[in-house]
Design a protein. Structure first.
Length: 160
């Protein structure tokens, strides 16, 4: 009989957040796109022009999508993120950034493999102290991390 992992905590969150963007953001993004496209054509860098157009099409298609709900579970064997399971042996450490006043309530996991990106999980309404206590039984906490990663900070500032 196969072992069924014990679920210690679970919640769901949208797969991506669509930030509220004012009208001037779209005007600015369109202007930057046009300037880069004109530059690509003038410099006869047609590959860059094609990449710009493809990126714009992908962004427009994604802009119209409704985010799906992602289910996340902390179990006694690892992390379940929808259909993906990450054993604790794959993970190096975790850290929490809980600054509700700055709009940051996230749980981060670093993988032992350096080619894997960090895993960012929104805490939503979860108690960060309870989640931290659960994870300390299985992983080390990276106490050096005090702020959200620069890439996420830039994404929030630029409303991407």
């Amino acid at each position: 009989m196969p072992y069924d992992p014990q679920i210690l905590a679970s919640w769901s969150f949208p797969e991506f957040e669509s930030p509220e963007r004012p009208r001037f953001w779209y005007l600015g993004a369109g202007l930057i796109f046009l300037i880069l496209l004109v530059y690509a054509i003038i410099s006869t860098n047609f590959l860059f022009a094609v990449v710009l157009v493809m990126a714009a099409i992908i962004w427009l298609v994604r802009e119209r999508e409704t985010p799906l709900a992602v289910n996340f579970e902390i179990t006694d064997e690892g992390l379940q993120l929808d259909h993906n399971f990450y054993d604790y042996e794959q993970l190096e450490n975790f850290y929490l950034i809980y600054k509700p006043d700055q709009g940051s309530k996230n749980l981060y996991f670093h993988f032992k493999s350096k080619i894997r990106p960090r895993l960012s999980i929104p805490l939503r309404e979860q108690d960060p102290v309870q989640i931290r206590d659960l994870l300390l039984n299985y992983l080390q906490e990276d106490l050096d991390q005090k702020d959200i990663p620069t890439s996420e900070w830039l994404g929030k500032i630029m409303k991407l």
